[in-house]
Design a protein around this ligand. Sequence first.
Ligand code: BGC
Length: 533
Amino acid sequence: MKWSPSSNRAQGDVSRVEAPVTLRGYLLCVFAAFGGILFGYDSGYISGVLAMDYFKQEFGHPGSKDPSAYKGYLYDTWQKSLITSILSCGTFFGALAAGSLADWIGRRTTIILGCWVFSAGVVLQVASTTVAMLVPGRLIAGVGVGFVSAIIILYMSEVAPKAVRGAIVSGYQFFITIGLLLASVVDQGTHSRMNTGSYRIPMSIQWVWALVLGTGLFLLPESPRYHVKNDNLDKAAEALSILRGQPKDSEFIKDELAELVANYRYELENMHTSWLDCFSGGWKPSGNLRRVILGIAMQMMQQWTGVNFIFYYGTTFFQQVGLKNAFVVSMITTAVNVGSTPISFWTVEKLGRRPLLIWGAVGMLICEFIIAIVGTADSGSNAANYCLIIFTCFYIFFFASTWGPAAWVVIGEIFPLPIRAKGVAMSTASNWFWNFVIGYVTPYMVDADQGNLRAKVFFVWGATCTACVVFAYFLVPETKGLSLEQVDRMLEETTARTSAAWVPHDTFADQDTRNQVEKAAAVGGAEHHEEKV
Ligand code: BGC
């Protein structure tokens, strides 16, 4: 059964390097996206748990005057920040370490290892009754999520057929959103229990996702590009044949493999694979340094959209501004997040990455400024609260259908194979770094006894989102419809703003063959010349 890709960049003969997408091949890639659940659930469940009465009583201390305290019981602002953001600290280091691991032990094995580390962190969390034990549990689980979140993107980008690569990586984002929604539903279901089940149930459920992902990955092949990198061409052909649903010796598999090998050779002529090489090449669009900065900035900007303010602190923020059903509103925002993400499966291939990022940020900043202005002018009124709920939903809609998926899609595509694992790892680490910074700083901006910004905090997010528009317009190249190898070529020959019009005109395999023929001719010519002499 064939699945017809929607995206087409006129390619003529050069498009023959990949087999048509089969449903089976498609499903194999989609399974990896399941890892997103781990990411989403893990970062999402904490928002609701922090707002639970039993949790406040068990982990907090008496005497708080904050309106959100339970019978005077609450944890300190620094504890709330730490519990939330320590996960991102673990994921930051996990993602970086995974960049090396994925090149040593393979992409798939690194993800499976991540599931084990994550499980150890979950055990600590479930066993905890104090902040002192919960924090290390979140830290260790974070390291595992770091492995998984960085390497899944790498793995998916490397195994997916190019025509649906954007859609498949968006599938990862879709699972992130499902993870967030499930966390919110579970929190909603247990928040009124006045026993340890209130927080232990949401915490234990994290483990189920690790189990499914870790077990399922045993059935998937390793990335063919990892095998190419290790000069294991037979295994690379085997992996490709499973992924593309074609016999190992078919022309499609031979052509695609030839292209991977030729591109890798070409890249290796100009660079090596160490961490230092990630920073070579200067500011030219195809230079490694430029690509690494692009990846890191891309994920930083994704966090600067401010989306995690809603997902991490939404429940407590809504309580603070006086919304009666804070838990329900928070669940609605996560549902909008899930519902809007699939739009990107189509748009990311049809419209491309650039328009999504530019217009998505424009949509978000408009919503943010509206919330900020109305909330400040008419603070505490019904109108301001309705405005908050409605425009938060629009804002999440714009994020979910654009920056949510597209930021991951782009970082999977912009790095050349020799440094791809490390480049994706650094970009993912940047996501988690900014996740951490924003997670840590936000309570100080909005808590009643701290900055008490209330709706004004949306002025901050509106401003940072404006920076996202500028960034996307000037720096993000269009990568839709190209193989990862063609992206390399495109970056060499265009700038971000002219990239969308670029059309592939040559393959690395053709060039490699031409080079060899020329070399042979030169050698032949020289020998002929010597003979004559
Ligand atoms: C972001 C997360 C965010 C999630 C929301 C992801 O792409 O990286 O930080 O919580 O989207 O859906």
